[in-house]
Design a protein around this ligand. Sequence first.
Ligand SMILES: Cc1ncc(C[n+]2csc(CCOP(=O)(O)OP(=O)(O)O)c2C)c(N)n1
Ligand SMILES: CC(=O)[C@@H](O)[C@H](O)COP(=O)(O)O
Ligand SMILES: [Mg+2]
Length: 632
Amino acid sequence: MPTDLLDRIETPADLRKLDRAQLAVLADQLRAFVLESVSRTGGHLSSNLGTVELTIALHYVFDTPGDRIVWDVGHQTYPHKILTGRRADMGTLRQQGGISGFPRRSESEYDAFGTAHSSTSISAALGMAVAARIEGVPRKHIAVIGDGAMTAGMAFEALNNGGVLPDVDLLVILNDNDMSISPPVGALNRYLARLMSGKFYAAARNVGKAVLSHVPPVYELARRFEEHAKGMVTPATMFEELGFTYVGPIDGHDLDSLIPTLQNLRKQTGPRFLHVVTRKGQGYKLAEADPVLYHGPGKFDPAVGISQPATPPKQTFTQVFGNWLCDMAAADGRLVGITPAMREGSGLVEFEQRFPARYFDVGIAEQHAVTFAAGLACEGLKPVVAIYSTFLQRGYDQLIHDVALQNLDVTFALDRAGLVGADGATHAGNYDIAFVRCVPNMVVATPSDEAECRLLLSTCYAHPGPATVRYPRGAGRGAAAGRGLETVALGKGVVRRESGRAGEARQSVAILAFGTLAVPALRAAEALDATLVDMRFVKPIDRELILDLASRHAALVTVEEGCVMGGAGSAVCEVLNEAGVTLPVLQLGLPDRFVDHGDQAGLLGALGLDAAGLQASVRQRFPEWVGEATAG
Ligand SMILES: Cc1ncc(C[n+]2csc(CCOP(=O)(O)OP(=O)(O)O)c2C)c(N)n1
Ligand SMILES: CC(=O)[C@@H](O)[C@H](O)COP(=O)(O)O
Ligand SMILES: [Mg+2]
């Protein structure tokens, strides 16, 4: 594929110098570049193939970076990055030291707002629009939001606010590809489908004849409804009722529709809403056929597509959870599984197939997911909310006010706890230990491997109150999880290794591990001749064990893949303080700064949280209390 037009574009100003007729060719070159580039780095593919024309049209029509484009989630911004001076950096995408997979204000002046969690774009763009009005700046503001992201309450909160501000300059573009990561769910999705089929006349009314002369193929379906709609009074769309001028639906792959429509909308002010229809994976047959598989692939050969690895990969924690959920659901008819739009990522595919009546994808609606679970629990069911640690941040008030305060029996399976790798700081689950353990009634379990994960899921599920089990992205040490449903004692840790020096009173160190860092911590303990404890629970914490360890060791070391501040190590210190016990405690975990994208293991190593790093930290802090072995 030639790249002559793409080669001419350093910034959107170069794009604006092209003839309209050249833009379709540019779109082909850009799409080919995106595919090639993502196949080499991995990343979010389907959504980016779907936004090629929309991105070109936006930068062609609007005067960026002065005009503000706010992308929702931001996983669809690779074409935008390429057209705004970062084409040469695409080979470093999502890698340590490279560019982010999401928009970032620090990365480019064209990235008007940092994102990665969904459904923030309308609020942010509205804030900018109000700021422009107050400051008297003549500027345009565009929020680009997907149909999945549109399902979140936050998006509607922003529409509700913006719809009564007629003097702000805000254009909301709904990029409707009829997909979230999985097929979209809910009443909004049905409503958008109805708009697609019946709202052709709205487009006619709002965009005018010039646009209608370029009827694109996506209207074919709508055309069939033309006769039916004739003579009827077109009802206002929900968006019009909320105070927005609604235009659409138009074909988001047809530049001859997009550009005149955007030019027209650019001349207007006030809250406007453009409904654009695109296809996820557009232009790459394999992604068009399976946009879920190609939502966020690793590296692959574009000629072949994603292929099975030669050797079967290790079982992930997500799979351990998915198996456990099915087994527990088979054993207990009260179990209900809930996901806020993360069916694949959270391991619920088989559960949905086997227990469809007890499976709920509630859309990108974490707050609702938590309170919905609370309601189910009130009536005697046993909800399991499968949620990424980072996305539980959205449901924090609901966790406190709706679940914990009423001591309701809800189990939270927190996937992606700790560093997540390529998605970076926006998606890292670094805070859940700290923000959950401070909530009364909550149980916090931190399994150290796959087998422990299953045990602790069963234990927390059996506990008749709110509980979280946190586990990381990917696989652990490879401990077979089995298919049993047995439980362990709540709030009790297990000593995995006793220091040979423990006999000598207070001559050695005890390492208290919370979670999967127990594995490198054990290697460090062996090298240091330290005691190693798998604490299993942050809350209730094993007070008795901590005080016993404190009485027999010279110092304690706590290890967790979570923020040190307020984390599990802090919980240990609280126990010691409360008991009036004084001994040095070294708290190892994630620092008080955001950790960027990169390879998960590499990042842990760089932070001193691999076996060698843990060993070095303990040796440096307590040289007199550790053994002389050197292996890590
Ligand atoms: C608060 C939050 N919950 C969940 C996610 C995970 N997530 C990322 S993209 C996505 C689907 C978004 O769908 P849509 O907005 O329609 O964009 P598309 O992928 O179709 O381009 C989801 C659920 C997220 N980023 N933020
Ligand atoms: C953009 C987004 O939020 C998701 O696509 C996320 O990147 C998925 O992460 P996992 O790959 O860990 O499921
Ligand atoms: Mg979508």
